[in-house]
Structure formats: C-alpha cells, structure tokens
Design a protein around this ligand. Structure first.
Ligand code: NAI
Ligand code: MG
Length: 493
C-alpha cells in the first residue's frame, strides 16, 4: 500500500475581530468555537461579535470611506493594492487553503488548487477594473456640459456562507474595493478562519485601516446588526434563500441596496443523443464536487427515457470510485460535511427519499473513514424520483442526487423549470440547435452545455427567480458597487 503524505496541521491561534486595522476582542468578551468537521474537534475559538462590535466596524469603515487615505487614493493606486492582495493570496494558497479545509471539511485539493487560486485571480481581475470603469460625457441638448461620475456605493456589508468561505467573500470584497467602497465582512460562524488570515494579508499589502473590517459572529446577531445598521449602504449576501428573504425585509428599514446569491436545485439534463460517458462524468462532478454543498450543484439529473438505464448504470459505476476520505489527504475528492447540523439535515432528506417511491441506487447513510469520527456522508443516488418529491424540490446541500426521467425536450424543459429556484442548469447533447434552444428556455442564471460547474472570474454568476438577484463576477458586479452621478455645467455665453 502506498502512503500519501498528509500535510502537517498548522497551529491556529484564537481569533479576534479585525476593526480599524486592529485586532480586538468582542465588547461582550464572548467567544465561539469553530470545529474541524472531519475530526469533530474544536480547532480554536474566535471572538463572537454582535451589534456593538458591528457598530464599531461600521464606524471605522465610514471613517475610512469619508476621510482616510483610502478616500484620496487614486484608482491607479487601488489597482496596485488589489493586485498585491491577489499576489499575497496566491503566495499563501497553501496556508489559507489548509485553514479552509480544517474549518470546512473540503478536500485540500479543492481549497489549495481551486478555491485559493480563484480568490487570487478575483483580486487581480478587479484590480484592472479600478482604472477602467468610469463615467461618460453625454451630448445633451442646449449649451450644457453633462457628464457622469461612477462613485462608490459606500460602506458595504458582506455576509457569506460556509461552503466557499474566502471565495464568496472575495467575490464581494474585490469589486467593492476596486470601486472605492469600504467593507465590513461577516463570515459564516462555521468557517471564520480564512477571513481572519486574509485580513492580515490585506494589511500586509498596505490596505489602510478601516477599509476592510472582519466581524466574526452569528447571523441573527452580528449579521442582522449589519443589515439594520443605518450607516451601511449595501448588503451583499450569499446563503440560504430563507435568510435572503429576512435580509431583504430587514434592509427595507433603511432602504439599503441588496444583492442576493441564494440557493438552487439545478437541473442537469441529458438528451438521448449526448455523449453518455461525458454526461455521466459530468453528472458525478455536478453533485459530488464540494460535497454537494454547492449552490449551483446539479442535484436533479434529468435523463431522456430511451437512454435512462444506460446512463444511470454509467453514473452508478463512476460513483463507486468516489469515497469520502480525510480532507487533508491530497488524494481525497469527497470531504466531510461542514457541521453536525448540516449532516443531520442531509440525512433527513435521505430518509425522505428512502420512504418515498424513489429507488436508492447507492449510498444512503453516514460514512466512516476509519476514524469513527467526522461528518461524512456516503455519495447517494436516488433514481425514479417523482418531480414533486421533496428531494426533487428542496435544496439538500449535500452529496445526494435525484434522478428523474423525461420523454422529450419540451418535457425536460417543463420539469427542469418546475422549482422556485433558478441558479444554474446544464444540458448534454450533440445537437447544436437543441443545445441553444434548451439554453434559452431554462430559467437559470448560468447554463452549461456539455459541461458542469465551469466558472470564471470574467463571467457573471447569479440567480433567476428565488435564487436571488444581482450578478457577481465579471464586469456586471461593478454595477453592484457603484452609483452614477450626473453633473450639469452651464456653458452658455
Ligand atoms: P444561512 O443563510 O443562515 O447563513 C449564511 C450567512 O448568513 C452566515 O454568515 C450567517 O451567519 C448569516 N445569517 C444567518 N441569519 C442571518 C440574519 N438573520 N441576518 C443576517 N445574516 C444572517 O445558512 P446556514 O444557516 O449556514 O445554512 C442553512 C442551510 O442553508 C444549509 O443547510 C444549506 O442547505 C443552505 N445554504 C445554502 C447556501 C447556498 O449558497 N445556496 C449557502 C449556505 C447554506
Ligand atoms: Mg468549522
């Protein structure tokens, strides 16, 4: 048997809040534990910030916005600073990725080779936009000079989920800073560690005090305080659809801008003429990548009746090679679910599936990687799921696939669109006309053709319907972090 080198685990210091460039305890003195879901051990504690700490952080962000060095910094200097932050993230990919894996349970391969390079790329991409997104001059009638300014929205509250902790934060922080805003970040309580280390790197890069603040804590306390705070101009949120509804309602009190990246139940459609081997590989990647704790996960596999048996047997065969393992092992491709609560939720959906008409093809329970510990769940596939089954309608957020059948393209489109969500979708076919036809008919913010889970910093990402609104990534995100001012000058003689 060959042994694989498992990287040593770093010592993790207790976390503090990062406010106005300083590391401080929560005013209440409270702390919260963060767990390694693969071992169930406490990794460390971090400060448990609440309303009082959020208020301090927002005041620091406001001060930095209005009269710190940040407010006078040229776009070109912001560009250089963001580029440097990206470089520091790339240089520390191993360290940041290790923190992410220990805190979240995702395979070290994913955190160091996919997430952290994506974070670095995000900062370097938006660095470029700092100098390239600006106003226009407009040919108005009369003897007037009219031009527009692109100004920052102000203080941005970023609230993110635990599935891609630093990546989701970077999608908000990078465009926000590029456009001259200041930020208060509230990481998920399950995964606060990478954000704290990242804040230190930003300071090392030379980011002025107060421009980025990190308040760790719980959603209903720290998160809600950020949403309600009158000095916060915008909330950028990634998380559950139900939380998105609360945030939108609460943000109404101060009419702050909101962008929401929420849940999904994304359909992955295989037409009979598809390359079935590629489609089977894609279906596996679609649901088991990131343990299925991915907002865009292809959790509903729709298969055309005539190829159903053939495709499902290929999917089943491939699924057997995917087994949960130690997330710190570079060869592991399926890690531990983020928390005991998340595991319980996923197992409860598996139970619903087992008690229904659906046929359990594989998996169906908790997994043990030989340690007797950790929140591991077997890769699970249900076939013959009816469209109105809860496991075909609700976001499970775990490694659980629901396979459904359809008769023709129209039937596939109708069934695929029959949830409240609309984050992503995919279609597999060799027919270019069908591919584009289906791509247009699907109600989703992203459609993949003959692929799944492809993302790039340059391309917009976001939801239709109850998967949210606002587009992150690409040039579209710049709209979320700027407001337009129209300036008139009388030039009449
Ligand atoms: P969540 O939506 O409650 O948490 C996401 C973030 O929002 C966290 O930082 C949390 O502290 C914060 N938050 C929670 N309540 C808040 C409030 N009232 N005001 C302001 N901020 C608040 O998601 P959670 O509880 O971590 O997971 C619950 C379920 O949501 C999971 O079981 C999973 O199925 C789903 N989920 C879906 C995600 C997606 O991207 N589609 C991401 C995370 C969770
Ligand atoms: Mg944790």
């Amino acid at each position: 048997m060959t042994t694989t080198q498992v990287p040593a685990q770093p010592k993790i210091a207790p976390g503090k809040l990062f406010i106005d460039g300083k590391w401080v305890e929560a005013i209440s003195g409270k702390r919260l534990e963060t767990i390694n879901p693969a071992s169930e051990e406490v990794l460390t504690t971090v400060a448990e910030g609440d309303e009082a700490d959020v208020d301090q952080a927002v005041k620091a962000a406001r001060k930095a916005l209005e009269d710190g060095p940040w407010s006078k910094m040229s776009a070109r200097d912001r560009q250089k600073l963001l580029w440097k932050i990206g470089q520091l993230v790339a240089d520390h990919a191993q360290e940041l990725g290790t923190l992410e894996t220990l805190d979240n349970g995702k395979p070290i391969f994913e955190s160091t080779r996919i997430d952290m390079p994506f974070v670095a790329e995000c900062f370097q991409y938006y660095a470029g936009w700092a100098t390239k997104w600006h106003g226009e001059t407009i040919p108005v009638p009369g003897n007037y000079f009219n031009y527009t300014l692109r100004e920052p929205v102000g203080v941005v509250g970023a609230i993110v989920a635990w599935n891609f902790p630093l990546l989701l934060a970077s999608w908000k922080i990078a465009p926000a800073l590029a456009m001259g805003n200041t930020v208060v970040l509230k990481p998920a309580e399950q995964t606060p560690l990478s954000a704290l280390r990242f804040a230190a790197l930003c300071q090392e890069a030379g980011l002025p005090d107060g421009v980025l603040n990190v308040v760790t804590g719980f959603g209903p306390t720290a998160g809600a305080a950020l949403v309600r705070h009158p000095e916060v101009d915008k909330i950028a949120f990634t998380g559950e659809t139900a939380t998105g509804r609360i945030i939108m309602r609460e943000a109404a009190g101060t009419l702050k801008r909101v962008s929401l990246e929420l849940g999904g139940k994304s359909p992955n459609i295989v037409l009979a003429d598809a390359d079935l081997d590629a489609a089977a590989r894609g279906a596996i990647n679609a649901i088991f990548y990131g343990k299925g704790e991915v907002c865009a996960a292809g959790s509903r596999l729709f298969v055309e009746r005539s190829v159903h048996d053939q495709l499902l047997s290929k999917v089943l065969e491939r699924s057997q090679s995917i087994q949960p393992g130690d997330p710190m092992n570079p060869k592991t491709r399926l890690g531990a679910l983020v928390s005991k609560e998340q595991m319980a939720k996923v197992l409860s959906y598996i139970d619903i599936g087992k008690r229904s008409e659906a046929k359990l093809l594989t998996g169906g329970g908790r997994a043990d990687i030989g340690t007797g510990k950790g929140f591991f769940v077997q890769p699970t596939i249900f076939d013959g799921v009816s469209p109105d089954n809860k496991i075909a309608q609700e976001e499970i957020f775990g490694p659980v696939l629901a396979a459904l059948e359809f008769t023709d393209v129209e039937d596939a489109i109708k069934k695929a669109n029959a949830t409240v969500y609309g984050l992503a979708a995919a279609v597999w076919t060799r027919d270019v006309k069908k591919a584009h036809y289906v791509a247009r008919r699907l109600k989703a913010g992203t459609v993949w053709v003959n692929m799944y889970n492809m993302m790039s910093t340059e391309s917009p990402f976001g939801g239709y319907r109850q998967s949210g609104f606002g587009r992150e990534l690409g040039a579209h995100a710049l709209e979320l972090y700027t407001q337009v001012k129209s300036v008139w000058v009388d030039l009449s003689p």
